[in-house]
Design a protein around this ligand. Structure first.
Ligand SMILES: *[C@@H]1O[C@H](CO)[C@@H](O)[C@H](O)[C@H]1NC(C)=O
Length: 343
């Protein structure tokens, strides 16, 4: 009884603190409305109070480790890997690595810029759903712990110096707040769960659970009944087609880009963010949600490219890939920016 009560209290405290303290790509109803309202920082804004709070940024070359949780379609895995390879590879302008240049403008107090090297250094496959198919936010850390302590030879290294862990959950995995408040989040591990503090991000595959919420602009909220205004123009139909053939995975890549930009500029949630409240920071990608090209915001994706068969994209990647990823805040220009900008 007492234990139950304690547990209750514990979970209450946890949910209170975690609900507010995780730095998330939030698509709450409120923020969904952001697509339709005039919150558009694509034009320069002096109202944005993005500031540096003295903590570290990811300045060393990073080793990225992916943990594939659940059952993954190999085609989707290749798309995601190619996006990660594209971060530090050459591709025709405007490329994913050109997009990452904006992220690299952020520095720490030693003057070191965010790294241009994010190397996919290991993958682990949790296809037996080690923590079930309904995950709390904290379970994501336990999944990382499982991946680095697995007794078999496929365990990932636990790399506290320059490791970055990425947990990707498959279509059948439900995650606390996924599809209701968030599409992904980033945070750092607790030594009590993982043994060390390392930055990590989680992104869920939204293709079947909530494409309207997390696969913008390839899908849109059911209640809106209409595609985002910018989507209609591409391809002549009503829909902007995903450049890699799957709204879920192409939407996930924009969420992943968002989280990578933010975990790099605010890995311990004490570096770059706007607002006074560190438990609800507005980070460099939060400021540009829904903006993919010049003029974007307020429900219009902005000026992007139209590929064959109506696919929409704004950057090039390795192996001839195209991706559609949201812009991030450029601290020098003081506006949202991407390499496909017209000015
Ligand atoms: C590092 O950041 C500074 C300040 O934003 C910027 O002027 C410089 O161009 C950046 N260097 C690189 C390599 O991005």
């Amino acid at each position: 009884m007492q234990k139950q009560l304690l547990q209750c209290l514990f979970f209450l405290l946890l949910s209170l603190s975690f609900f507010s303290s995780f730095s998330s790509l939030a698509f709450s109803l409120n923020q969904n409305r952001q697509f339709n309202e005039a919150k558009n920082y694509e034009g320069s804004s002096d109202l944005v109070d993005l500031r540096y709070h003295m903590g570290p940024v990811l300045a060393s070359p990073m080793n990225l480790y992916i943990i594939w949780y659940g059952h993954w379609n190999p085609t989707h895995q290749s798309t995601i890997r190619d996006f990660i390879y594209s971060l530090s590879s050459q591709a025709p302008y405007p490329s994913v690595s050109d997009w990452w240049r904006t992220v690299r403008f952020y520095t720490d107090q030693t003057g070191s810029n965010i790294t241009g090297n994010i190397i996919l250094s290991g993958e682990s496959f949790d296809s037996s759903y080690s923590h079930g198919s309904y995950l709390s936010r904290l379970d994501i850390q336990s999944i990382i712990n499982t991946a680095v302590t697995n007794s078999n030879h496929r365990a990932l290294p636990l790399n506290p110096h320059n490791g970055l862990y990425l947990v990707l959950t498959s279509s059948d995995v439900r995650v606390q707040d996924f599809c209701r408040a968030v599409c992904g989040f980033h945070y750092f591990t607790f030594p009590t769960i993982v043994g060390v503090t390392v930055p990590y991000a989680w992104v869920g595959y939204s293709g079947s659970q909530c494409p309207g919420m997390c696969a913008y602009p390839f899908a849109w909220p059911d209640y809106s009944k209409m595609p985002p205004p910018g989507a209609g123009g591409v391809g002549g139909g009503n829909v902007m087609r995903p450049p890699n053939g799957d709204a879920g995975v192409d939407g996930m890549i924009s969420v992943l880009a968002h989280e990578l930009a933010e975990v790099s500029s605010n890995p311990l949630v004490n570096a770059w963010y706007a607002g006074e409240d560190p438990t609800a920071p507005t980070e460099i990608a939060d400021l540009c949600m829904g903006v993919y090209g010049s003029g974007g915001g307020g429900g219009y994706v902005g000026k992007v490219y139209k590929g064959s068969r109506g696919v929409g994209y704004n950057v090039n990647g390795v192996k001839g890939r195209k991706f559609m990823i949201q812009w991030v805040w450029n601290p020098v220009r003081r506006r949202c920016f991407g390499p496909n900008a017209l000015d």
